[in-house]
Design a protein around this ligand. Structure first.
Ligand code: FAD
Length: 499
């Protein structure tokens, strides 16, 4: 390595996802003369478009895949290098790429994202979704599929269960309710009827044909079929690419080989115990008349049931993409495998920063914020890391950004707007909190989390128009005890009330 010619940059950022691109843009705006290199394994970069600050902490934006030239035209100081980093030498401040080049840095920011936690890596019938290529592979395989099994309970599994049509979906979740990462069992029950309606009208929220708040039994199954008789809507490969974003399935036809609209069966509180090929199944005691035969892959769940299918989507989360950077270095890693960063996005190695899915925020968090590996946090961390790197070389002081004061996220599930604020699931509060609920079938689900009479979190599903008022109430920590349940009285204009 010593004999090869090194190219030196003041700043090197690894990763062309939202964290890395936001970081180079921020650095380049603050120090336009700085020589900045963006090294990325993916052939495109991800850029934020239509950015909108919805309220003090809530933000909305679209994400677009763009060629490197877009970045270089806007910021001539940036050099984009298309190759994967294969090793990092923090002592000599240099890194090596897969095409044999060596780059030196004064300051480095690692934004290499995450990779899917697959059930198994060596089975062609087990797919993960992370980037455009893997989403296209899913589309291809789905086009001839009659039945798939989705394993996982995060955002990707939720989207798949809702979006796939023309193919039976068996959805195995380890929890008592769907969407456990984002909301509680009540919100899950509010959303579940959307799985029963035909997927034709997408603009308006779905009216719910049935409503139940009962928890499913452990290991219980639920089946939802959207057929012509169902109630109609009312008025109303992973490592190379960047992670897809909120609208990852737009432009991808998620349609199977059958003539049904949507058919989803849920298996609750279970995980995958074993994966079989059809040949293995023939010789195993799992074989029953129902699962005999003709599927290329079979899955035995911990609830004792075995299902055959065309393929399995393993949507059980991501692990931080740290491997190329660890060898011979001394990075402190968090329990979730992420690079630990402090309140200036610095890792434990000198002059090395990290942002986005690859890092774990290890500063003392505000009482109302938690890290979740989401699009918005990747942008916020990349932006803040860029500011911290610039402040460091300009010898300026910088304080933790306000966006880390309150957790806030806007997304869409089952075609409903979903806003999550603060400790929306009572995270870390123990039994010391109370909940206020308001639910209008097929329209809205509002949950407020109170601790000591103060609002500390909220889940808003539907067009509630409450996000800004609730955000203010959470931020100003006003004692709401005198208002009691009136807080969610639909006949009171709460915005006026607290004006
Ligand atoms: P990534 O976007 O993963 O970018 C990492 C970059 O690093 C890539 O460009 C990659 O090529 C590069 N890289 C990796 N290793 C190397 C290396 N060794 N050398 C050089 N370059 C390297 N979030 C939401 O908020 N809402 C959603 O609805 C949502 N839906 C999602 C749906 C899917 C299918 C997926 C996969 C994720 C979803 N997420 C969602 C999560 C969100 O996409 C991620 O949190 C976010 O993209 C992370 O950004 P990042 O920049 O940290 O990492």
């Amino acid at each position: 390595m010593a004999d090869r010619k090194k190219k030196t940059f003041s700043f090197v950022i690894v990763g062309g996802g939202i964290a890395g691109v936001t970081c180079v843009e921020q650095l380049s705006s603050q120090i336009p003369s700085a020589d900045v290199a963006l090294i990325t394994a993916s052939p495109y970069i991800k850029t934020v478009t239509n950015y909108k600050q919805v309220s003090k902490t809530l933000e909305e934006f679209d994400v677009a895949e763009r060629p490197f030239s877009v970045l270089v035209e806007k910021f001539p100081n940036i050099t984009v290098i298309h190759s994967a980093v294969i090793s990092l030498h923090t002592q000599s401040h240099s890194l090596e790429t897969a095409d044999g080049r060596i780059f030196s840095y004064e300051k480095l920011c690692i934004c290499s994202g995450g990779r899917p936690k697959l059930l198994t890596w060596d089975n062609p019938y087990v797919l993960g979704i992370r980037d455009t290529d893997s989403a296209q592979e899913l589309q291809k395989q789905l086009s001839t599929a009659k039945r798939i099994i989705v394993v996982g309970n995060g955002g990707i599994a939720l989207e798949l269960a809702y979006e796939v049509e023309g193919c039976e979906v068996i959805w195995a979740v380890k929890d008592k309710a769907i969407g456990n990462t984002f909301f509680d069992a009540g919100a899950a029950q509010f959303l579940i009827p959307s799985l029963e309606v035909e997927k034709t009208i997408r603009a308006a929220p779905c009216k719910r044909p049935r409503y139940t708040t009962e928890d499913p039994e452990p290991g219980a199954s639920q089946t939802f079929t959207a057929d012509k008789n169902a109630q109609r809507h009312g008025s109303g490969p992973i490592e190379a690419g960047s992670a897809l974003g909120p609208d990852w399935h737009d432009g991808i036809v998620l349609r199977g080989a059958e003539q049904v609209s949507r058919r989803v069966s849920l298996e609750y509180q279970c995980e995958v115990e074993k994966i079989f090929t059809s040949a293995e199944l023939l010789n195993s005691p799992q074989q029953t008349p129902e699962n005999e035969g003709s599927w290329p892959i079979y899955i035995k769940l911990t609830n004792g049931k075995t299902f055959g299918c065309d393929f399995v989507v393993s949507a059980t989360g991501v692990v931080p993409n740290v491997e190329p950077f660890l060898h011979d270095n001394n990075f402190a890693l968090a329990d979730d495998g992420g690079l630990q960063v402090d309140d200036h996005m610095m890792t434990s190695e000198p002059d090395v920063y990290a942002a986005g899915d690859v890092c774990t925020a290890c500063w003392v968090h505000s009482a109302l914020w938690q890290q979740m590996r989401l699009w918005t946090q990747a942008r916020q961390m990349g932006w803040y890391a860029g500011r911290c790197m610039a402040a460091n070389v300009l010898s300026e002081s910088i304080e933790l950004d306000f966006c880390f004061e309150l957790f806030s996220h806007i997304t869409k599930f089952f075609n409903y707007k979903v806003v999550l604020l603060g400790k929306f699931n009572g995270q870390g509060l123990g039994p010391d909190h109370e909940l206020l609920l308001r639910c209008t079938k097929g329209q809205e689900y509002v949950k407020v989390v109170l601790s000591g009479g103060r609002m500390v979190g909220a889940v808003l599903i539907g067009e509630t128009d409450l996000e800004e008022t609730f955000e203010n109430l959470i931020l100003n920590q006003m004692d709401l005890t005198p208002y009691g349940e009136e807080l969610l009285n639909p006949n009171i204009d709460i915005e006026d009330y607290f004006d």
